[in-house]
Design a protein around this ligand. Structure first.
Ligand SMILES: Nc1ncnc2c1ncn2[C@@H]1O[C@H](COP(=O)(O)OP(=O)(O)OP(=O)(O)O)[C@@H](O)[C@H]1O
Length: 943
């Protein structure tokens, strides 16, 4: 087979990365993309023409080819006309001279049968046969591995994240709300879920929608964490694609765009809606505000997409930022049937709260009272024995009951929320206040409007000048000078404030300053943030407007200046969350400059003394604000009235305590256990750690790269530099001419981002194996072996066979019957034996050819023996696959049906999918076939 790269409809191509798709046909091509249909699996793929991981099926004389009518021919010659190959030769059945245009090649054709290559003298050295066999074995193990999709994430193994990713990633069309507290890793969880969905074939087209300020960060996180390369879709990109015609959104599999972009461009939004997606991810989903009468535009837009797209992940750290009703509405996006009535939702929440309270003794290792049992009983009506025979001192029984309740818990399957309280290792937060005197020019202007002093610089007459007189500016500059060499993140509400403040710092101090606000383009914002992140010669201070308070990673700094305070507690939490996030190594100092005895101090006291919101996360903030809103407004209007202030603080503190207690006792405990995975995820993490420590991959890849001709130089103790050599058959994507640094160690990969983290999930590892298997190298091989006990010319015939079945990827056939290699060896007498050859020697071509000719009649006699033995093993493999599929999926189906009676969040669609899957898989497995993949003739010698 030769390699040719230019596309025309009807040509036949093979996927290098998804070998099991079978033989594909080009059905559409333009100068940017090519669409290939793989009839054997019924799937099609769109690839960029420049980088398509495809190999043209171009057979050569001596090989045999099967026509779509079923007859075979031996190829005598090949011609090419207008981009199409025509094979000339004789039919094997009738001897008739025929020609076959590639368009009519059978898509089930078995390619390059090994024994024919052997007899045609198309053989390779013994190492190629071993490499082929090893690649099949490695792929088989990988496809069966429960760690698939997890190994490749360049992340620390953090239990709650892995738990969520493993729970959600394995579902069919997951629809969940990820709402861990700020900075606990929702983006990472989403990345791992997407990665798993893609690796397992459950999803291939993914649309991520984020606020524009987070686009670049998502792009980078997806690439560096899970090697997924998303394409940014914005005005410019869509415009350029429109000129080519067609729907721009169809041109890529992984698309990232901003919510603002879709909201502002109805035309593009409609095209996004028309395109087919498997999974949609929406970050900062608290922006989607909703009420019965007035859903926001953004909500309506996402709702339309969510109605069409099967898998939906919504992310928000502050689900109740826009109120409880909006939280309900986001659940409604996930399952509109189940969450159709807000009042009913409130009632259900109460019931679950009662359940969580009743279960608390068990969680604390105590006995259940009769009253507790009564409260729990309705939730185990399908399996009452769980409660009736419960012995509270039997941990296994308690765990089983808790697991059942978690499954049944109303939002348990679609809502995940972890809090810092449940996770150790977070730094302390310390508030440092800086009281300043209100200058007269503000006091005079706000006579009678004291609440406007929260952001005094917003006065229309002061917009251009305030920074010249405002004492906060002098304080700020002095503060920066005192903290020379330390990174300071500063957040204020308005872009105009950020701009002026930055200007004042630059003019008056020369300190390196960067800004980040909505008036800047996305590229400018990213540049601003990168300048701040830069350690050497970077900006000391980044001054952000409120948009900088969301989602971004600034944990390399530990000083936060809040130049003003937001009026919503969740926004305060978002601001602090920029530094208080995974990866923060120091305690955090939160600095608040304020004008004493003004509304600013009222708000500061309210947050600090009432809600303790600076030094601790404040999950009660939104609920408390709803209750004290009027009181707070009054207090802001009367900063001098100590009685009003006192009342506000005490009622806030009281409510805060009581809500906190309610949360403590309420449903959140169940939710938290369900979200953290405590007690359930540890053994999985252990397996991941074992895989990290195993040297299997490194040994395998070192050999593979060596055989295919990639140079591997040691860079240091834990990393290598890979370079292509001229000996390479074809290039390996990811290995650059200048050298690519790789490591097999997670720790090194986490420390040095420029180094590729090689693991079984990594595209380079997969490409490398696929390229070996897509090639014909090693399909036929010959070698000599020295054994003086046996006669010269005695031989062994080794074969690699592969059992495989075809099914659409989404059926996940590979869980039960991945392509399974069977390696068989028979000796010259037709006896099965265990090959134990050491030091096989490669032969010169002429000698090898002569040997094959001499032994051909005897070898041909043993081929059916080899095949019969392989078929026997294959039958066992197929039977076992059928059995384990039936057992596992029937059990899962039973579980889902039982659960659905109690947990309405299990959708009919999920159950139907499972039923269809069982039927289709059973059919596919029964139709599995055995393919002869590679053969090696080993001949005995005495020299
Ligand atoms: N497992 C991990 N290994 C390494 N770094 C991690 C891991 N989890 C999270 N991080 C880092 O911690 C920071 C916070 O993670 P992430 O952005 O996913 O949190 P988030 O919950 O989405 O935050 P926000 O609520 O602010 O949107 C990021 O810098 C991320 O790269």
């Amino acid at each position: 087979m030769r390699v040719i790269m230019s596309f025309s409809p009807g040509q036949r191509w093979l996927s290098d990365t998804e070998v099991d798709l079978g033989l594909g046909t080009v059905i559409d091509v333009n100068h940017r993309n090519v669409t290939i249909l793989f009839p054997a699996t019924g799937e099609s793929r769109v690839y960029a023409t420049q980088t398509a991981p495809l190999t043209r099926l171009a057979l050569e004389p001596g090989e045999s080819v099967k026509s779509h009518e079923g007859w075979q021919m031996q190829i005598a010659s090949v011609s090419e006309k207008q981009g199409y190959l025509t094979y000339h030769g004789q039919r094997e059945d009738t001897g008739e001279t025929v020609e076959l245009v590639e368009t009519f090649v059978d898509h089930h054709m078995q390619l390059n049968q090994p024994h024919k290559r052997l007899f045609n003298a198309q053989f390779d050295g013994p190492k190629w046969f071993d490499l082929r066999s090893d690649c099949w074995q490695a792929q088989h193990q990988y496809q069966r591995s429960e760690l698939r999709g997890f190994l490749g994430a360049r992340v620390d193994l953090i239990p709650h994240q892995l738990h969520i990713a493993s729970q959600v990633g394995q579902r069919y069309a997951p629809r969940v709300l990820l709402s861990d507290e700020v900075g606990l890793g929702k983006t990472i969880e989403a990345a791992m879920i997407i990665h798993q969905q893609i690796q397992s074939g459950r999803a291939s087209r993914v649309l991520i929608i984020v606020p524009s300020s987070l686009m670049h960060q998502w792009l980078v996180e997806m690439l560096r964490r899970v090697n997924l390369s998303f394409s940014i879709f914005d005005e410019e990109r869509c415009q350029s694609m429109l000129e080519e015609g067609g729907n721009p959104f169809d041109s890529e599999q992984l698309v990232l765009c901003s919510l603002e972009f879709l909201a502002e461009n109805n035309g593009y939004f409609q095209q996004a809606l028309e395109s087919e997606w498997d999974l949609m991810v929406v970050d900062e989903a608290h922006h989607l505000s909703w009420s019965v009468d007035a859903p926001s535009d953004e909500y309506v837009l996402i709702e339309q997409l969510a109605q069409k797209i099967k898998g939906v992940l919504l992310l928000t750290a502050t689900p109740e930022q826009l109120g409880h009703e909006s939280h309900f509405a986001r659940l409604r996006l996930l399952d509109a049937d189940r969450f159709h009535d807000y009042q009913q939702f409130l009632q259900q929440e109460e019931q679950y709260a009662a359940l969580a309270q009743a279960i608390t003794p068990l969680l604390n290792g105590e006995q259940l009272s009769e009253q507790d049992k009564q409260a729990i009983a309705p939730f185990v009506s399908t399996e009452p024995e769980l409660l009736d025979t419960l012995d509270s001192s039997n941990q296994a029984q308690c765990d089983k009951l808790i697991a059942h309740l978690l499954d049944c818990h109303g939002t348990g399957r679609l809502l995940f929320r972890n809090s810092r309280a449940g996770i150790s290792g977070f730094p302390k937060r310390q508030l440092i206040t800086h009281a300043l005197t209100l200058p007269d020019f503000y006091r005079d202007r706000y006579e009678g409007m004291p609440e406007n002093l929260l952001v005094p610089e917003r006065h229309p007459l002061l917009l251009d000048t305030w920074h010249k007189f405002d004492p906060r500016v002098d304080w700020f500059i002095e503060f920066l000078q005192q903290h020379k060499g330390q990174k300071i993140l500063t957040i204020c509400t308005h872009a105009a404030t950020a701009i002026k403040l930055a200007e004042a710092v630059r003019v008056n101090s020369g300190i390196r300053t960067s800004v980040f606000h909505e008036g800047m383009s996305i590229v400018e914002r990213d540049k601003g943030a990168a300048y701040f992140a830069q350690q050497e010669d970077g900006a000391q201070v980044l001054i952000c407007s409120e948009i900088g308070s969301e989602g971004r990673n600034f944990q390399f700094a530990h000083h936060l200046v809040l130049f003003d305070l937001p009026e919503v507690p969740d926004l305060l939490e978002q601001r602090i969350g920029r530094l208080d996030r995974i990866g923060q190594k120091s305690d955090i100092e939160i600095h608040v400059p304020y004008f004493a005895d003004t509304a600013q101090q009222v708000l500061l006291n309210w947050y600090h003394q009432g809600l303790h919101a600076f030094e601790h996360t404040c999950p009660t903030g939104s609920a408390v604000l709803e209750q004290v809103r009027t009181q707070l407004t009054q207090a802001l209007q009367a900063p001098d009235d100590s009685e009003i202030q006192q009342q506000l603080i005490s009622s806030t503190a009281e409510l805060h305590q009581s809500f906190k207690q309610q949360l403590e006792q309420g449903r959140d405990k169940l939710l938290e256990i369900n979200s953290s995975g405590k007690g359930r995820i540890e053994s999985f993490i252990e397996k991941l750690r074992d895989a990290d420590e195993s040297v299997e991959l490194e040994k395998f890849m070192t050999n593979l790269l060596d055989v295919i001709g990639v140079l591997q130089d040691e860079n240091d103790e834990t990393s290598y530099i890979l370079k292509p050599t001229e000996a390479m058959h074809h290039s390996l994507p990811g290995v650059d001419e200048e050298g690519t640094m790789v490591t097999y160690e997670r720790e090194t990969a986490l420390k040095f981002e420029q180094i590729q983290f090689l693991n079984w999930d990594h595209p380079m590892v997969q490409y490398a194996q696929d390229s070996v298997l897509a090639d014909v190298k090693g399909k036929a091989s010959i070698a000599v072996h020295q054994n003086t006990q046996l006669p010269v010319g005695y031989f062994w015939l080794e074969g690699v066979f592969v059992v495989s079945a075809k099914a659409p990827k989404s059926m996940q056939l590979q869980r039960f019957l991945p392509a399974t290699p069977i390696r068989i060896c028979v000796d010259a007498k037709g006896q099965a034996c265990e090959p134990a050859f050491k030091d096989l020697i490669k032969l010169k071509f002429k000698t090898a050819k002569a040997l094959v000719s001499a032994l051909a009649p005897q070898v041909e006699k043993q081929l059916p023996v080899l095949e019969a033995l392989a078929q026997k093993s294959a039958d066992k493999v197929i039977k076992q696959a059928q059995k384990s599929m039936q057992e596992l999926l029937s059990e899962e189906l039973h579980r889902m049906r039982t659960l659905q009676k109690q947990n309405p969040s299990i959708r009919d669609e999920e159950i139907e999918h499972l039923e269809t899957q069982i039927k289709a898989l059973s059919q596919s497995i029964s139709g599995a076939d055995l393919q002869f993949e590679a053969v090696r003739l080993v001949v005995n010698t005495h020299q």
